[in-house]
Design a protein around this ligand. Structure first.
Ligand code: APR
Length: 243
């Protein structure tokens, strides 16, 4: 039996599925990943100049422009068939009394635009800008404007709503993710290198609890050792896995 056939059987038997996604989930929509050789964002840009609190303090204009460009880039793309397959599985399983919860490391909104009404963004969102002092949410269109804007309520400035290296994950998102993984009877990991913690520890902890972890990735990752890997891409593999 192929890994895909085994995976389909596990999906059919599962009641509470967690889908854990990384940048590879959106690659076939044209959104660059971070670490793919040559094309990854960290191969083209210096993370220390763009994705840390120190970078923001040093050159907010540069950081803001980079994230606004990424937000505009995401808005110019569409969810791929993998995003749609996850949303369809969530609808079907909810109708049958089960659950599918999506915990993503991604900061794009493609899961939502594919029809998911609940997505846990562990690393924040390009579309949730907020004040860097009082954390007041800013208007969504601020995310797409190239110039910095002031907070209307305090002397702060509107910052990208993403989690930078060295920052804590949003506690509400982490609590949601832990609870989802704690009650899952199957985990599907899609498109992540599994190198960034604490996010990557979630599927590892589930595997230690005896939960089956299926990985959809054309390449091996840091999580491959704990799961059944289906060597395919998100857009090609998920419609087959969830059919
Ligand atoms: N389908 C499935 N997987 C894919 C595809 C695809 N079409 N294309 C690439 N991949 C896989 C790669 O093989 C790799 O394992 O997606 C993974 C992408 O890994 P990264 O670029 O490291 O992205 P990710 O794991 O999401 O990074 C985690 O790092 O920089 C931080 O905050 C950022 O959330 C991000 C975190």
């Amino acid at each position: 039996m192929s890994p895909l056939d085994i995976g389909r059987r596990l999906i059919a038997q599962a009641q509470h599925i967690v889908v854990f996604t990384g940048a590879g989930m959106s690659a076939e929509s044209g959104v660059p990943t971070f670490r793919d050789a040559g094309t990854g964002l960290w191969a083209q840009f210096d993370v220390s100049q763009l994705a840390t609190p120190q970078a923001w303090a040093h050159d907010s204009e540069l950081v803001w422009r980079w994230y606004a460009e990424r937000a505009a880039g995401v808005r110019a793309t569409e969810p791929n068939s993998g995003h749609h397959a996850i949303a369809a599985l969530a609808r079907d399983r909810r109708a049958a009394g089960g659950s599918v919860r999506v915990v993503t490391q991604n900061v794009d909104d493609l899961h939502e635009r594919a029809g998911l009404d609940e997505v846990c963004h562990l690393h924040g969102s390009l579309f949730a800008p907020r004040c860097d002092q009082c954390s007041r949410p800013a208007a969504l269109d601020a995310a797409l404007r190239a110039e910095l804007s002031a907070c209307p309520a305090c002397p702060g400035r509107v910052r990208p709503g993403v989690v930078w290296f060295g920052e804590a994950l949003p506690i509400h998102a982490w609590d949601y993710a832990e609870a989802a993984f704690d009650t899952a009877d199957l985990v599907v990991v899609v498109g992540t290198s599994g190198v960034v913690h604490p996010a990557a520890s979630l599927p590892e902890t589930a595997a230690l609890r005896g939960v089956q972890v299926i990985e959809v990735n054309p390449e091996a990752s840091e999580l491959t050792r704990v799961n059944l890997r289906i060597k395919t891409t998100a857009a090609e593999g998920l419609p087959l896995l969830f059919a």
